[in-house]
Design a protein around this ligand. Structure first.
Ligand code: PML
Ligand code: MG
Length: 253
């Protein structure tokens, strides 16, 4: 039996009452792993560079085994650029190689850059027109229900590739679930952590990791998921797509 552990924390009250998001985390664990991980998650909440929270929400829920599906992990492609401008140009190019129109890629990049505060989740943008198709405002669509099928193995394999760190570990899992979602062709993300300037373009198969996508010190980040609206039909609607991202439990192998 597996359990989902979710933490979110904010400053100035709960998120839903206007508090500023500090950090969040999700784990899917066996019962015997919960106690130790709760301490890690709590530590993460109170030591985050975005500030000290005055609200921490911790949720522990049992998951039925038959509610879990398994999907593959994306392959990492490490890119090299020496400026934000080159990073953003590369992101645009990669998006266009993955079925996103030039217009939509440009609008997405501009929209993320123009944010006045960080997205809590992702915006859904039409891959052809660049139009936003969810109505969730700054909250966006939150991808939850994700974890690595074997956490220790996963960390070890990243380490063997010379890649470590919580940002990458978590982003790669999230991008892998997102890539498995019917109707999504690509993703663009950069972090809301001020000193963390690395971002990525997620495709159906790859995690295209780009070393600079924003200015050092910028505390605003977010995600865009590019949707092929032609794949949305009566029997697979936008609500179904959002439900998959927000609710389906997916373990990444
Ligand atoms: C985040 O944690 O806010 C997003 C991080 C994106 C890049 C992670 C990486 O590849 O290092
Ligand atoms: Mg963050």
């Amino acid at each position: 039996m597996m359990y989902s552990i979710k933490m979110r924390c904010s400053k100035g009250g709960p998120h839903e009452e206007g508090g500023k998001h500090i950090s969040g985390a999700e784990r899917i664990l066996r019962e015997d792993e919960i106690e130790e991980e709760l301490i890690n998650v709590y530590r993460r909440a109170i030591t985050h560079e975005r500030g000290k929270p005055d609200f921490i929400n911790l949720k522990i829920e049992k998951i039925d085994d038959d509610a879990i599906i398994y999907k593959k992990r994306l392959s990492i492609n490490q890119h090299h650029v020496d400026s934000k401008e080159k990073g953003l140009d590369l992101a645009k190019e990669l998006l266009m190689e993955n079925a996103v129109s030039e217009e939509s890629a440009e609008i997405a990049i501009q929209t993320l850059q123009d944010l006045k505060e960080s997205m809590h989740g992702a915006m859904l943008i039409d891959k052809d027109t660049g139009e936003r198709i969810d109505n969730k405002g700054i909250k966006g669509v939150r991808v939850t229900g994700i974890a690595s099928a074997d956490i220790e193995n996963y960390k070890e394999s990243l380490k063997n590739d010379g890649r470590e760190g919580l940002h990458l570990e978590e982003a790669l899992i999230l991008a892998s679930k997102t890539a498995s979602c019917k109707g999504i062709v690509a993703e663009l993300c950069w972090s809301d952590d001020p000193s963390y300037v690395i971002g990525y373009v997620g495709t159906k198969d790859n995690y295209e990791r780009i070393p600079i996508l924003k200015e050092e010190g910028n505390p605003i980040g977010g995600r865009v998921f590019f949707v092929d609206t032609k794949q949305l039909k009566d029997d697979y609607t936008l609500d179904d797509l959002i439900d998959y991202l927000e609710k389906q439990v997916v373990l990444i192998e």
